[in-house]
Ligand binder design. Structure first.
Ligand code: HEM
Length: 406
């Protein structure tokens, strides 16, 4: 286990972080050549942008591990962050809201203008009044509205929505005999499903899908897409306030936390935003594994167990959100000899943590991966997300049993 110490003495770190934990693995002996120790202050060891990282992220994580459980990296040009590569350290930070805030208004370099507002990572990382960026009571209020709403989802209805959306897309590319399954299936399917989950009537659904597609497409103007999305959601909320239905928008409106229209828009955006991109990655990487690995050849005959096994393997080895779960230390803190400055982003590498060499290698049936995160912000939608991915894959393999990678 990690041992954070508050640099400015008085307040101790979280209790859970003080006892040694064998799960963290052996501590390297001093001077061990395989462990170079923490990087010198201010030095960034690697960048998480550019073709070298993209070509082989695992090699970058392996090099970073030589410096310990956390390493200073550059997230995008001019954006320094600390990257956590150890499973146990990741778990401690995710479960340590007393020490680490999720609120990007603590981001020192953004607040003092060192990082300009037009830096490309700012829209993804900046504060918004939603569950993801909130702490404490405010988080509890927003999160309970979201999780109570998700709990009302009927799994059979969800399956129907996914099957209907899958059929619609397969009908479009099936007759062509070839398809780009990322663009034409995995990326579009979650948008169609969300449209139904939020009870979007036909007159608004085109607009919603258009706004969402533009938002996730870097070639589109994201500011315009945001305006279109907010406009569409305000219209949807007005409609559902007047005529509620059996859908997530109406359930969010009716929740006892009495969200305002603006709060509703922000929570719907985070639901859709948090759900779309990782959902697409899970479907696509699950399909890739099933179609390329002969251990899963039986799944082409519709083996549900095999699809679940393949998804579990993807969630361990290649989690849909590889580097995410950004936290801001509330004060300077030292973890395993690494100084985490107050207000400098700490990013959890879910991909590196899941593949921490100290973890046991047998992961079949073991669901202790961090793909859904952990602690107070753990994904509230992991059950529906698994259903969406599994049904999307099952349906495709059922309808096109002779599917092959090109
Ligand atoms: C394969 C699909 C998915 C994966 C891998 C995934 C993963 C995650 C992770 C890692 C977090 C923590 C983020 C952080 O702390 O910064 C998270 C949070 C969240 N996810 Fe998911 N997610 C998926 C699908 C979905 C779907 C479909 C929805 C909505 C229907 C959703 C809604 C949310 C929300 C609202 C949060 C914020 C929770 C909070 O801050 O309390 N996710 N998800």
């Amino acid at each position: 286990m990690t041992s954070p110490t508050r640099d400015s003495a008085s307040t101790p770190g979280p209790d859970s972080a003080t006892a040694p934990d064998p799960a963290a693995g052996p501590t390297p002996p001093p001077g061990c050549p395989a462990h170079s120790g923490p990087a010198p202050a201010g030095e960034r060891l690697e960048s998480l942008h550019g073709p070298e990282f993209a070509a082989d992220p695992a090699a970058t994580y392996a090099r970073l591990r030589e410096h310990g459980h956390i390493a200073p990296v550059e997230l995008s040009p001019g954006v320094p962050v600390s990257l956590v590569t150890s499973y146990q350290t990741a778990l401690d930070i995710l479960r340590g809201p007393e020490t680490y805030s999720k609120d990007a208004r603590h981001w020192q370099a953004l607040a003092d203008g060192t990082i300009p507002l037009d830096n490309p990572v700012v829209p993804m990382m900046m504060y918004r009044p939603n569950a993801l960026c909130s702490d404490g009571e405010a988080h509890h209020r927003l999160r309970s509205a979201i999780s109570d709403t998700l709990d009302r989802l009927d799994i059979h209805a969800l399956r129907r929505y996914v099957e209907r959306s899958a059929d619609f897309l397969i009908d479009l590319f099936g007759p062509k005999g070839e398809a780009d399954l990322l663009k034409e299936y995995s990326a579009r399917l979650p948008l169609l499903v969300f449209n139904q989950l939020f009870g979007c009537p036909p007159e608004l659904s085109d607009k919603l899908v258009r706004a969402l597609s533009a938002l996730f497409d870097i070639t589109e103007d994201s500011e315009q897409a945001n305006v279109l999305l907010a406009e569409t959601l305000f219209e949807l909320i007005a409609l559902k306030r007047a005529t509620p239905g059996p859908d997530m928008t109406s359930w969010l409106i009716a929740h006892p936390s009495e969200l305002t229209d603006e709060e509703l828009v922000h929570q719907i955006v985070v639901l859709v935003g948090a759900g779309t991109q990782p959902q697409q990655n899970l479907i696509c990487n699950g399909l890739l594994l099933l179609l390329s690995d002969e251990r899963f050849a039986g799944a082409l005959a519709g083996g549900t167990m095999l699809i679940e096994d393949a998804l579990n393997e993807v969630l361990w080895k290649d989690p849909p959100l590889a580097n995410f779960c950004i936290h801001y230390p509330r004060h300077d803190v030292t973890v395993d000899g690494h100084k985490l400055p107050k207000g400098e982003p700490v990013v959890i590498s879910l991909a590196a943590a899941n593949n921490d060499p100290y973890l046991l290698s047998n992961r079949r049936g073991n669901r202790a991966h961090l793909a859904w995160s952990a602690g107070p912000h753990t994904c509230p939608a992991k059950d529906p997300a698994q259903v969406i991915a599994a049904v999307a894959i099952e349906k495709l393999l059922d309808r096109l049993p002779d599917l092959e990678l090109a």
